[in-house]
Write a protein that binds this ligand. Structure first.
Ligand SMILES: [Fe+2]
Ligand SMILES: [Fe+2]
Length: 473
């Protein structure tokens, strides 16, 4: 019998027999998946200092303690309901928010939830081998914190599927555990979630840029007319903030160490590598890759799906309340398009441009993080700067994907692209080099790999040199 002690929740699981029965089937399968596809070599003999969501109170929602990964208490939490909440945008604006799924939007809503849900376990799978190359116990703990919370996000989506979508939902929840990242027969749904992340530079870039795409999507789903979906995703955002913290500060610390090594080498970027660090051009190439990959995740620039999600109230814009007009019936969005070898501006119906509106919000959110990275370079007195490549660069989805652009956004030929891409995107040699400096994990408290600076402070007011992951004999 499944109990509320096993599954912390605020959905009254104890008196919901139907949900209990559904989870009785699903939970053992989830645990099998976690053991098989979760962090490799850290399941049974390690105690990890982790936070666990135990409520949705703004102060005190999390509990910190040592736990073995498979014994983590994955819970189900929805943000507190807003009394008499009404739909905030689209054609149904002002009508009461839905507590059940309307038949006419069932397929669309299920698809949105499944697509979001699929990314959560996918990233755990992608990152499963990173533990044995960790730069410190502090970072190892952060990796596992991200992993268990992505696991909880999967729980959140499975909860919605089980509770609101009947038999189809049950099947979909099973399929979320059947697909696996990079699998030839049953891959994860979205392209960016099928590539392994086997070094820590990619991990930090992923949590900075791809988890931030997660933030974009959760922000827009938290505006949904389907109230349980809005409340679930709203609470997920609380945890998501830490994932981006891990990415942003992880990169800040790598950049800081790079600065120190550059100074030691008299300011020569290339010499950083000779000292075992990660040079700025290599950082920029990885930034280019993960940023453009994550732009792709926002979907096509002009999209009738996006229009219908907005019109029907299924998805809103990030911080919908900050906009004046919530129906945007005959409003246009100014967009750059590429036609006949020429860039030009085009006015696109706002509803059809919703993916682009969200993407532009995302770019601004990324830029704020970039500014903080550049502050580190500035503080070390270096003139080098990192930058976000142009939105058109390196795209695999959307109106620019058939053409080639420089990171500055100038159109170039396929031949020029082939000649230059090595300079702009991570190369095979980059990957080999990164693995070569991450061969040995560092398990000694307070010690950090040579390519990364220690953090300013530890987790939950503990010191930096705390033993965040303990090995059991
Ligand atoms: Fe997530
Ligand atoms: Fe995340």
């Amino acid at each position: 019998m499944i109990s509320s002690e096993q599954i912390p929740n605020n959905v009254d699981l104890a008196s919901n027999k139907r949900l209990q029965r559904a989870l009785e089937h699903w939970q053992p399968r989830y645990l099998d998946w976690w053991r098989e596809m979760g962090p490799q070599d850290f399941q049974d003999h390690h105690q990890v200092y982790l936070r666990t969501a135990i409520s949705v109170d703004a102060d005190g929602w999390a509990h910190f303690d040592f736990v073995k990964l498979p014994e983590y208490r994955w819970g189900i939490f929805l943000a507190e309901p807003v009394k008499d909440r009404v739909i905030g945008h689209g054609d149904l604006m002002g009508k009461p928010a839905w507590q059940e799924v309307p038949g006419e939007f069932r397929n669309q809503l299920r698809r949105l939830i499944v697509t979001q849900g699929d990314t959560e376990p996918a990233s755990v799978e992608q990152q499963r081998k990173l533990g044995s190359k960790c730069p410190s116990l502090y970072d190892l703990r952060n990796l596992f914190q991200v992993n268990v919370e992505e696991g909880r996000h999967l729980w959140s989506m499975a909860y919605l599927l089980h509770s609101y979508f009947g038999r189809d939902g049950r099947d979909e929840a099973e399929d979320l555990l059947a697909r696996t990242s990079g699998n030839a027969d049953k891959p994860r749904i979205l392209e960016a979630f099928n590539e392994p992340i086997d070094n820590w530079l990619d991990f930090f870039m992923f949590t900075m840029f791809t988890d931030r795409d997660g933030k974009s999507q959760l922000m827009s789903l938290s505006e949904s007319a389907l109230d349980p979906l809005a409340r679930t995703t709203r609470f997920m955002l609380t945890e998501e903030a830490h994932h981006m913290f891990v990415g942003e500060t992880g990169m800040s610390r790598i950049i800081e160490r790079t600065c120190q090594l550059m100074k030691a080498a008299g300011g020569v970027a290339e010499d950083v590598r000779r000292q075992g660090g990660i040079d700025l051009p290599m950082i920029q190439r990885h930034l280019n890759f993960w940023f453009s990959r994550s732009l792709d995740l926002h979907g096509s620039e002009i999209s009738s799906n996006a229009a219908s999600y907005f019109s029907n109230g299924l998805k809103g814009r990030a911080r919908e309340e900050t906009f004046q007009d919530h129906t945007v019936v005959d409003t246009y969005y100014d967009m750059e398009v590429f036609e006949g070898g020429q860039l030009r501006r085009q006015e696109v119906l706002m509803r059809k441009a919703m993916n682009e509106v969200l993407r532009d919000w995302y770019v601004g959110d990324c830029q704020a993080g970039l500014d903080r990275w550049n502050k580190v370079l500035e503080n070390y007195g270096l003139s080098d700067r990192l930058y976000l490549p142009d939105k058109k660069f390196g795209r695999g989805i959307g109106i620019y994907s058939e053409f080639h652009f420089t990171p500055q956004g100038e159109s170039i030929s396929a031949e020029q692209w082939e000649r230059k891409r090595q300079e702009w995107l991570p190369s095979v040699e980059d990957k080999e080099y990164l693995l070569s400096i991450m061969v040995e994990p560092i398990f000694e408290p307070g010690v950090f790999a040579n390519y990364i600076a220690p953090p300013r402070r530890g987790i939950n007011r503990l010191p930096v040199n705390h033993e965040y992951v303990r090995t059991e004999a």
